[in-house]
Design a binder for this molecule. Structure first.
Ligand code: FUL
Length: 606
C-alpha cells in the first residue's frame, strides 16, 4: 500500500498494525473508504484487511443466540398488536424467566434478546414514560418487571442479555410528532440501558409508520446511537444498527457466499439510501461483497450477517402452533445454513401464556442440542487446527482418523486478520482415489460443507481464490447423522378447491360451490415468498347468495407478511351458511392486491 493511501486511511478510520519479524500488516477496523481512482486490485487488497471490532468478534463467536418474543401479543394471539390492547390482558400464570434461560443455556445458546417493547408499545418493564406497561397489568398486581427477572436469570446462568426495543410504536400518543417521540424513545432506551446491567446487543427493526397526527415519524438514529454508545459501549447494534446485519429473510436461510466485509451501507447512516441505490443493493441482495461489488463501491463495512428465524411459524406464541414447532431436520438445516454459512443464528423461542417456554419447544431444543453434540463430538481430522497461511491456489492435505466416515467439513478463517477466502475446493481420498466432494466461495468465521457420507483416509483443501494470503485457522471433519423429514399434517384448507369458482379477482370473490360453516380462513402467499402485490391490509366478508354480504373482518392486516410470508390463519365468528367469500385486500403500496385461489384456504366446521 502506498503512503498516500495509508495516510488517508488513518485519517478516515482506525488502522491497526500487527507486526511480525517479517512483515507489517495494516488493518482497518469495521469500516474503510476507498480512495478515489484506485484499481480493483488495490481495493481487494484493502478489503482483505478489514477486521471486526472486539465486540463484533465476541458476538460472532457466540454462534447461537435466542430471541424471546413475549408481550401483549402472547395474550391476544396476534403477531402485531395495534396498541389499543388493554394492559390488563398481560397476565402470565406461571411466569418463570429462570426456566427460559435454563432451557436455552442447556440447549447451547449464549445470549437471549427480549422484546422489551414490540410494535404495540406495551413495555415489559415498569417504565416511567407510559402507562402502557406491565405496571398497568394484573400480573403481580402491577409490580412485576419481566426485564429485571430475565436479567437476574441471565446472571444466575451466565447468559448474555440483549434487548429489542421497537422504534415503531402504535400506542404512543406522540408517535409521528418526531422530536417528541424521539425524546420519549431515548428515555425508554436510557431506562433499559441503565437499570438492567450489561446489555450485549441492542436490536432495532426498521418498521416505521404514521402517528395519530397522520405524520410519518422521522427517527433520530444518531441520537439513539449516541445513547447506546454512551450507556453500553460494548453492546453491538443490530439491524437498524451498524454492527450486525439482517440476513434479508425470516426463513432461517443464510447465503452460501456470505461476506462479512460488505459494501452494504448500514441503514442508520444518512448516506445509506444513496450509497445502496447507486450499487443497486439491499439486505436481500445475493452479492454484498464480491469483486464486482468492490469495483463499484466507495466504502466497505465489517457488517456480518445475523439469521433471525422463529422455531414456530409466528414470532409470538400461539397455542394453535404447538404442533407446528419446526422439525429437528428443519432446525438442523437452519443451523447449517446460518452458523455454517458465516452467520450468527438468532432463533426465536416465544414463551407461552403461562410465561414459560412451552413443552413442545423445550423437547425440540433438547433434541437439537443432542443432535449437535453427537454430530460434533468427534473431529475426524487429526491435524487441522494450526494456522495455515494459504496463498492463492495453494492445496493442503489433512489426515483423518482410521476408518473415518464423514459428511461435513468445517473451515474457519482467523477473521482478526480479515475475511479472505473467495474460492475453495474440497476433495477426499477414498479407496486410493481423490474425489471432489464440495466447492464453495467464502469461508469467513465459519463455513460448513455438507455432502453425501464417504469413507475416507485424507481430505484436501485447495484455496482456489483469495484476497492476499488466507489465514485458515481450523479444518475439521464430522459425521452428522442424516435426518428424515417428519410428515406433519399442516393443512390449512379443508374444503377441496375443485368445487370453487373465482367470481371476481379484485376484490377476490370465490363461490365455494357448497354451503358451509367456517371457523377460519387462511391467506398463504404462493411459495411462502414475498411479492410487492401480495395482500397486506384487508376486509373479509361472507355471503350465502353472493349479493348480501356480512363483513367479519374490517381494516385488518396480515401483520409482518412482507418479512415472513407464511400462511396466516384468521379465526372467524358467526360464519354459518357461507357459500361465497370475499377478500378485499390491498398490498403494502396501497394498490389492489393480486390474490390467487391456491393462496386461500378455509377451515370448515363439520
Ligand atoms: C420484524 C417484526 O415486524 C416482527 O414482528 C418480528 O419482531 C421480527 C423479528 O422483526 O421486523
Amino acid at each position: 500500500m502506498n503512503l498516500k493511501f495509508l495516510i488517508r486511511a488513518i485519517i478516515l478510520g482506525s488502522v491497526f498494525y500487527f507486526s511480525s519479524c517479517v512483515t507489517q500488516e495494516e488493518y482497518y477496523v469495521k469500516h474503510l473508504e476507498f480512495p478515489e481512482g484506485i484499481t480493483i486490485e488495490q481495493k481487494v487488497d484493502m478489503a482483505s484487511r478489514l477486521i471486526p471490532t472486539p465486540q463484533q468478534l465476541e458476538w460472532q463467536e457466540m454462534e447461537l443466540t435466542a430471541f424471546l418474543h413475549f408481550g401483549i401479543n402472547t395474550f391476544t394471539g396476534r403477531e402485531w398488536g395495534d396498541g389499543k390492547e388493554d394492559p390488563a390482558l398481560f397476565n402470565p400464570t406461571e411466569f418463570d424467566a429462570e426456566q427460559w434461560v435454563r432451557t436455552l443455556k442447556e440447549a447451547g445458546f449464549r445470549m437471549v434478546i427480549l422484546t422489551a417493547k414490540h410494535h404495540d408499545g406495551f413495555c415489559l418493564w415498569p417504565t416511567k414514560t407510559t402507562r402502557h406497561s406491565v405496571a398497568s397489568s394484573a400480573w403481580k398486581d402491577g409490580k412485576g418487571d419481566v426485564v429485571k427477572e430475565l436479567r437476574n436469570a441471565c446472571d444466575k446462568y451466565g447468559m448474555k442479555f440483549g434487548v429489542y426495543l421497537s422504534p415503531w410504536d402504535r400506542n404512543a400518543e406522540c408517535y409521528g410528532d418526531s422530536p417528541a417521540y424521539n425524546k420519549f424513545f431515548i428515555e425508554q432506551l436510557t431506562e433499559l440501558l441503565t437499570n438492567y446491567g450489561e446489555v450485549h446487543e441492542v436490536w432495532f427493526d426498521g418498521a416505521n409508520g404514521e402517528g395519530p397526527n397522520g405524520k410519518k415519524q422521522v427517527y433520530d438514529w444518531d441520537a439513539f446511537y449516541s445513547t447506546i454508545r454512551t450507556l453500553q459501549p460494548n453492546a453491538v447494534t443490530a439491524i437498524m444498527g451498524d454492527d450486525v446485519r439482517w440476513v434479508g429473510n425470516e426463513k432461517g436461510l443464510g447465503r452460501d457466499t456470505e461476506w462479512s466485509a460488505t459494501v452494504l451501507t448500514p441503514g442508520v447512516y444518512a448516506r445509506a439510501e444513496e450509497n445502496n441505490k447507486a450499487l443497486g443493493i439491499n439486505n436481500m441482495s445475493k452479492d454484498l461483497g464480491g469483486r464486482d461489488m468492490l469495483s463499484k463501491a466507495k466504502e466497505l463495512f465489517w457488517y456480518p450477517s445475523e439469521v433471525d428465524v422463529s422455531i414456530r411459524p409466528g414470532w409470538f406464541y400461539h397455542q394453535n402452533e404447538d404442533s407446528k414447532v419446526k422439525s429437528l431436520k428443519h432446525l438442523t438445516d437452519i443451523y447449517f445454513q446460518s452458523v455454517g454459512y458465516n452467520s450468527v443464528l438468532l432463533l426465536n423461542i416465544p414463551p407461552d401464556t403461562r410465561g414459560r417456554i412451552n413443552d413442545a419447544d423445550v423437547s425440540r431444543l433438547k433434541e437439537f442440542k443432542a443432535y449437535l453434540d453427537e454430530a460434533f463430538a468427534e473431529n475426524k481430522v487429526v491435524d487441522g487446527n494450526g494456522i495455515w497461511k494459504a496463498a492463492h491456489g495453494e492445496r493442503k492435505e489433512y489426515t483423518l482418523q482410521n476408518n473415518s466416515e464423514i459428511n461435513v467439513i468445517m473451515l474457519q478463517e482467523d477473521i482478526t486478520k480479515g475475511q479472505r477466502v473467495e474460492g475453495v475446493n474440497i476433495d477426499v481420498l477414498t479407496d486410493g482415489q481423490w474425489k471432489n466432494v464440495a466447492q464453495g466461495t467464502t469461508v469467513g468465521y465459519k463455513r460448513m460443507f455438507r455432502f453425501p457420507s464417504v469413507k475416507a483416509e485424507k481430505i484436501s483443501i485447495t484455496i482456489t481464490d483469495s484476497r492476499n494470503d488466507a489465514n485458515v485457522c481450523n479444518v475439521a471433519a464430522y459425521y452428522a447423522r442424516p435426518l428424515e423429514e417428519e410428515t406433519g399434517n399442516h393443512e390449512w384448507n379443508t374444503l377441496p378447491r375443485n368445487t370453487w369458482k373465482v367470481v371476481s379477482k379484485s376484490p377476490f370473490v370465490v363461490d365455494l360451490g357448497t354451503k358451509v360453516s367456517l371457523s377460519a380462513f387462511t391467506y398463504a402467499p404462493y411459495n411462502a415468498e414475498a411479492r410487492p402485490d401480495m395482500a397486506f391490509k384487508y376486509s373479509f366478508a361472507v355471503s350465502e347468495d353472493g349479493e348480501n354480504w356480512k363483513t367479519l373482518k374490517k381494516n385488518s392486516e396480515f401483520s409482518n407478511i412482507m418479512n415472513n410470508p407464511i400462511p396466516q390463519t384468521v379465526s372467524l365468528d358467526g360464519a354459518k351458511g357461507v357459500k361465497f367469500i370475499r377478500l378485499d385486500a390491498v398490498s403494502v403500496n396501497g394498490k389492489p392486491a393480486v390474490v390467487n385461489i391456491n393462496e386461500i384456504g378455509v377451515s370448515v366446521i363439520k
